[in-house]
Write a protein that binds this ligand. Structure first.
Ligand code: MF3
Ligand code: CO
Length: 250
């Protein structure tokens, strides 16, 4: 399938979707503390979403996924299912991933939070993964290549000795959550499709303190690191424009 090019009007609709998604993330953030359950976070997300007419949770019902959020703790990489039995503790990290549909357009964004005090190596993992997303966004330039984005993440994270996940990737996004192209977090600069104005990409580094290898638990969703090392995940929905990359989920 070809990479879809969005018009300026469509990008404004995606920005509106992304703005609601940012409000959802802002509503969840104060709930991330020791003693909270991941179901508390799910409830905060749904409460905020219900305040915006027309906005719906993109993940709920997606291939049968049961929630608005993915809440992935410590060695969980992505797709952890919110649960009233999962209590956050100081020293944990939790990735909160959410998608919104507004006026037919999807937005997708994730943040990994430290809960209370985390160890310095885990803090370094969070900061490196977050800064690799910034570098990847900066590489989303008209005339560049998709591989510029991938290489930005890989170079920054592997230089610190971290494992870049191969089994899950970012994606084009628009009237569907997942459009072409796939956006790997590994690859060669200068390779791959040329980036054009109107492309919109969900860029989402998933980076492990240890090996890149992951497996999916028996619940059919939760992806964890094989070596049980902690994993960080940050994501923004980004439009490639003639004026440079535009983050739609800020
Ligand atoms: N945020 C994920 C992605 O970028 C989608 C979550 S899968 C779902 O692909 F089932 F939870 F929706
Ligand atoms: Co995504």
């Amino acid at each position: 399938m070809a990479i879809m090019i969005k018009t300026a009007a469509e990008i404004e609709k995606m920005r509106a979707s992304g703005r609601v998604l940012r409000q959802v993330h802002e509503a969840i953030a104060p709930c991330v503390r020791p003693g909270a359950t991941t179901m508390d976070l799910e409830h905060a997300a749904n409460a905020k979403l219900s305040q915006t007419a027309g906005a719906t949770a993109a993940f709920k019902g997606y291939h049968g996924y049961p929630a608005a959020l993915c809440t992935s703790i410590n060695e969980e990489v992505v797709h952890g299912i919110p649960s009233s039995a999962r209590v956050l503790q100081s020293g944990d990290i939790v990735s909160i991933d959410c998608g919104v549909i507004l006026d037919g357009f999807y937005s997708d964004a994730a943040v990994t939070y430290a809960v209370g005090e985390v160890s310095p190596d885990v803090q370094h993992l969070l900061e490196t993964t977050r800064s690799s997303l910034d570098a990847a966004i900066a590489a989303a330039q008209v005339g560049g290549r998709l591989g510029d984005i991938s290489a930005a993440v890989q170079t920054i994270c592997e230089r610190q000795g971290f494992g870049v996940v191969r089994d899950f990737v970012g994606h084009g996004i628009g009237r569907a959550m997942h459009e072409d192209p796939q956006v790997p977090n590994f690859g060669a600069a200068g390779k791959g499709p040329r980036l054009k104005a109107g492309m919109v990409l969900a860029i989402e580094p998933m980076v492990n303190l240890g090996s890149p290898d992951v497996r999916v638990l028996k619940d059919g969703w939760t992806a964890v690191t094989v070596d049980k090392s902690y994993s960080a995940h940050f994501e923004h929905t980004v439009a490639v424009t003639r004026d440079g990359p535009r983050v739609l989920t800020l």
